[in-house]
Design a protein around this ligand. Structure first.
Ligand code: DAH
Length: 337
């Protein structure tokens, strides 16, 4: 009986070919209520002599089953891994997915170029919120309520009385409130106006600049802007014109134009009687300094606000301002960096 038990068990283990079934076999023979445990129970009713010999036989069968189970388990696990490896083979000859590389948008690139030039001239970089209040965007900049200059800005108003800043000049107020003169900083960022055509987009980018110190004159302003333009366009013979203008926050004020013409939809810098305005500037109005607690008798300075798209269009010959924001991949491939 004992021999047939052993033969039967080893036969079952030998023909088993999956781990789940093998575990069932193990429980059947070696489990707490399994066949071997049942045989062990019989020992109690035997006399000492038979108990000894019967016990030895049962033990030998138990060891044989245990060893056989362990060997089979190892064999099945090995087979399982080999099968898995065979199934998961990587086909190195399969064609790769085409890689799409991004490029840097001309606006980001030009902002970096401008920041680098002003940083080398000692200007820090400031930022301000795009959702702004009336005080920072208008009132503190010497544009009181009902001033006609407010209408020129085509402001987007929010239901809560806030507005989308119409220019980066609002950052002048924020930065000046936190600084003690002398200081100089620039502030790049997005601005918003309710307008759209070939040269206007409802969202565009400006870069504000400001320098406040003692004994600052219009000559410093002109020198700073001229040096910037020469370095930005990488030539010292660009046609530049300072044209008298009006801004409530500067006195005197000027606008700066670059000579250019259009050829085949592209912009080309040249002196030919046509001008494109690229920035507004002037000597900061005493009222603006007073509004932030700076004594205009002691400190003066200048400020400017440049249109980043305009500068990018001129430097890289881009014809239509709206193309910056249409997200056309072909356009990005052509003009991106
Ligand atoms: N904020 C003006 C605009 O958006 C541009 C400007 C003009 C900025 C003169 C200045 C400045 O800082 O001094 O039209």
């Amino acid at each position: 009986m004992e021999n047939s038990l052993k033969t039967e068990a080893l036969e079952k283990i030998k023909s088993c070919n999956n781990l789940k079934e093998l575990e069932e076999i193990r429980l059947h023979y070696l489990g707490k209520t399994g066949v071997i445990a049942g045989e062990m129970k019989k020992l109690g009713s035997l006399d000492q002599e038979s108990r000894k010999s019967f016990g030895a036989v049962i033990n030998e069968i138990k060891i044989a089953i245990t060893d056989s189970l362990a060997a089979k388990k190892e064999e099945l696990e090995k087979a399982f891994i080999l099968e898995k490896i065979a199934k998961e083979k990587i086909d190195v000859t399969a064609p790769i997915r085409p890689e799409i590389k991004g490029t840097i948008h001309p606006i980001s690139f030009v902002i970096d170029e401008i920041v680098e030039i002003f940083a080398s001239m000692g200007f820090e970089v400031e930022f301000g919120p795009e959702v702004e209040d009336d005080f920072h965007n208008f009132t503190a900049l010497n544009i009181p309520e009902n001033h006609p200059a407010r209408q020129m800005h085509d402001t987007f108003y929010m239901p809560n009385g806030m507005l989308l800043r119409t220019h980066t000049s609002s950052v002048e107020i924020r930065a000046m409130t936190n600084k003690k003169p002398p200081f100089r900083f620039i502030a790049p960022g997005r601005v918003y106006r309710c307008e759209s055509d070939m040269t206007h987009s409802p969202m565009f980018h400006q870069l504000e600049g400001m320098l406040i110190d003692k004994d600052i004159t219009m000559a410093h302003l002109k020198g700073c802007i001229t040096e910037f333009l020469q370095r930005f366009f990488e030539r010292d013979n660009i046609p530049v014109r300072f044209r008298p203008s009006f801004f409530p926050f500067t006195e005197p004020s000027a606008e700066v134009d670059i000579g250019c013409s259009r050829k085949n939809g592209e912009l080309i810098i040249e002196e030919n009687g046509n001008w494109m305005e690229v920035l507004g500037c002037g000597m900061t109005h005493p009222n603006v300094l007073r509004n932030v607690g700076i004594d205009p008798e002691e400190y003066q300075g200048f400020a400017f606000g440049m249109g980043i798209e305009r500068l990018a269009m001129l430097k890289y010959g881009i014809g239509d301002v709206r193309s910056f924001f249409t997200s056309d991949v072909r356009w990005m491939k052509h003009y991106g960096f």
